[in-house]
Design a protein around this ligand. Structure first.
Ligand code: PEP
Ligand code: MG
Length: 590
């Protein structure tokens, strides 16, 4: 968590407010409202006396009554109409924790044998379980400790009769040490606008439910319940992980505008997977350049992030950042998109993205670019791989390498990945052991060697911008050869068909992240070729999803056969125009 008193928002403006608290962006959107602070029962409220033997049965009764009350409140939240299936299963799992026989036995033994008061027995039993799972190497299991902690606090609160009714909750923001998924449902049904918690992880059940109910939430603000006073005005920016305390009028106005825009996008966005007429689902990912782009991408209905051009971090900083800086940046992207997948592409420097200190070359696009540079500077590559692997802890990260031309490059990369994994294992740093690994297909060599390359990777991502540049020997940045640089050239299409055929045979995914993905007139052809997912700039997502909904894969396949018979891109364009017109749709010009 960080604190400061001024902020640069995503548009670079600066606004005054008393305090900005920074935590983790747990559920997107913006909430503006007054705080309702829910204070936890403090350990020192517990009365550590020994209960006399004849009073112990009464303590057992107190414990059982409190547990029944907790169960009743959990069950009440299950009746919420808007609860999605996942959330229902999560809340049902609380019943299992609250009635877990090992916990129950330990609490009752604490009371009967050791003479603990009920609240002390509950507190110590839950604390022992929390300690045990906090030491687990599995991040998802570790996450469950927040739920146990929350149950502990709830039971103790009930036993000590500390619960104070919080009054009118409509439009207010709950500030609590932590929340259970059932609390989120309960507060949602009472019109709560947002949540701020001190602990909890992005993968916690409460966050999953907040996201499914679309309630903005920021978590991980240590001491939030002591820093934030009841009734103060808060802005919760759940997209960026900020909480503004006592903002002034100008700030509120600005965030109201952001809130309006966010809601507009949400309304236009289609969150369901794009599906062809014959039922094939096609994920549509967003291509982004920074963590700040992720909320916007999600608001447009992105199914994840298909391409993060990490070199944009270098372009911005003008130097290679250290591991920690990179880790924070990658982690922020993974958290903001969670649980949706995020594809981090290693630095694609060289060509038109030259940094100070890089070797001067006469033809940089044909020189030490992308993976070639990274293998030339293994120190930089290792640092980036460490940061990416560490950010993969949430298991929604995929690794992608650009500018591949040879199998040896792949072997050297895999060797380095394995080396970094063994380093992290030795340090006991958590990461995803099964981090999916993919390569960009953006050189004719990679396309033609697809059969061999496919054996070492989990997915292909076709970069048609570079594939076109290198296939047609036409500089993608030059106006003079812009008429030659044509992504619909049959030579490019033939390579695409070959790559997709290999991918299908070898059962790996093939996605497309070049600009060709945004040419709606080409979508049918690309689906026919066998492209299984697309990554585009966020604003293209709604239209692309809609376009896919009008395509039938059988018909699309027949289009491919005809496109392969074309001798130039003029003929391909004419074919696409005819196809879209006979399909009764408006033509969109590539
Ligand atoms: C591409 O080459 O098509 C691609 C997506 O990568 P970039 O545009 O970053 O080179
Ligand atoms: Mg490229």
């Amino acid at each position: 968590m960080t604190m400061d008193s001024d902020v640069d928002d995503s548009r670079g403006k600066s606004f005054p407010f008393r305090l900005r608290l920074h935590g983790s962006a747990a559920s997107s959107g913006i909430a503006i409202g007054r705080a309702v602070v829910i204070a936890p029962p403090h350990a020192r409220l517990l009365n550590w006396r020994t209960v006399a033997s004849d009073e112990r049965p009464r303590e057992i009764e107190r414990y059982r009554t409190a547990r029944a009350q907790l169960l009743a409140s959990i069950r009440a939240s299950l009746s919420s109409a808007r609860l999605v299936e996942d959330a229902r299963a999560i809340i049902e799992s609380y019943e299992l924790i609250a009635t877990d026989p090992t916990i129950e036995d330990a609490v009752e033994t604490g009371i009967l044998r050791d003479g603990m008061p009920a609240e002390v027995a509950v507190s110590t039993t839950y604390a022992a379980h929390i300690r045990a799972i906090a030491e687990s190497s599995d991040p998802f299991l570790r996450e469950r400790r927040f739920e146990l902690e929350n149950m502990r606090q709830k039971l103790v609160t009930i036993l000590l009769s500390l619960f104070t009714p919080v009054g009118e909750l409509e439009g207010r923001i709950i500030v609590a040490p932590s929340l259970l998924a059932s609390d989120v449902v309960h507060y949602h049904s009472r019109g709560v606008a947002g949540f701020v918690t001190e602990i909890g992880g992005i993968t916690s059940h409460a966050c999953i439910v907040a996201r499914s109910l679309e309630i903005p939430a920021v978590i991980g603000i240590r001491n939030a319940t002591t820093i934030i006073a009841n009734d103060v005005l808060l802005i919760v920016d759940g997209s960026r992980g900020n909480v503004l305390v006592e903002p002034d009028e100008q700030t509120i106005e600005h965030y109201r505008q952001l809130q309006f825009e966010y809601r507009q996008h949400r309304r236009a966005a289609d969150d369901t997977l794009a599906t062809t007429l014959d039922g094939k689902t096609i994920p549509i990912y967003a291509s982004v350049d920074s963590p700040d782009d992720v909320p916007l991408a999600l608001s447009y209905g992105a199914d994840g992030v298909g391409l993060v051009r990490t070199e944009m971090l270098l372009v911005r900083l003008q130097h290679f950042p250290n591991e920690e800086e990179q880790y924070r940046w990658y982690r922020a992207i993974a958290e903001r998109a969670y649980p949706k997948p995020v594809t981090l592409r290693v630095f694609d420097v060289g060509s038109d993205k030259i940094l100070h200190g890089m070797p001067h070359e006469a033809n940089p696009a044909l020189g030490l670019r992308g993976l070639r540079f990274m293998l030339h500077r293994k120190d930089i590559f290792r640092t980036q791989l460490r940061a990416i692997l560490r950010a993969s802890e949430l298991r929604n990260v995929r690794l992608l390498v650009p500018m591949v031309t040879a199998i040896e490059e792949l072997s050297a990369t895999i060797e380095l990945i394995e080396y970094v994994k063994s380093e992290l294992r030795a340090e006991r740093a958590p990461f995803d052991e099964h981090l999916p690994f993919g390569i960009m297909i953006e050189t004719p060599a990679a396309a033609l060697l697809a059969e061999h390359l496919a054996q070492h990777v989990n997915f292909f991502s076709v970069g048609t911008n570079d594939l076109t540049q290198y296939t047609l020997a036409a500089d993608r940045t030059s106006d003079l050869v812009a008429h030659i640089f044509d992504q619909l050239n049959p030579a490019v299409l033939q390579l695409l068909v070959h790559v997709a055929t290999v991918a299908r045979r070898q059962e790996i995914e093939v996605e497309l992240c070049g600009d060709l993905a945004t040419f709606l007139a080409a979508t049918e052809l690309l689906i026919g070729i066998g492209i299984g997912a697309f990554s585009v700039a966020p604003s293209y997502i709604p239209a692309l999803k809609e376009r896919i909904g009008s395509i039938h894969t059988e018909r699309a396949r027949s289009l491919v056969a005809r496109a392969l018979g074309c001798s130039d891109s003029v003929a391909v364009r004419a074919l696409l125009r005819d196809s879209t017109l006979t399909n009764g749709e408006q033509h969109t010009q590539p």
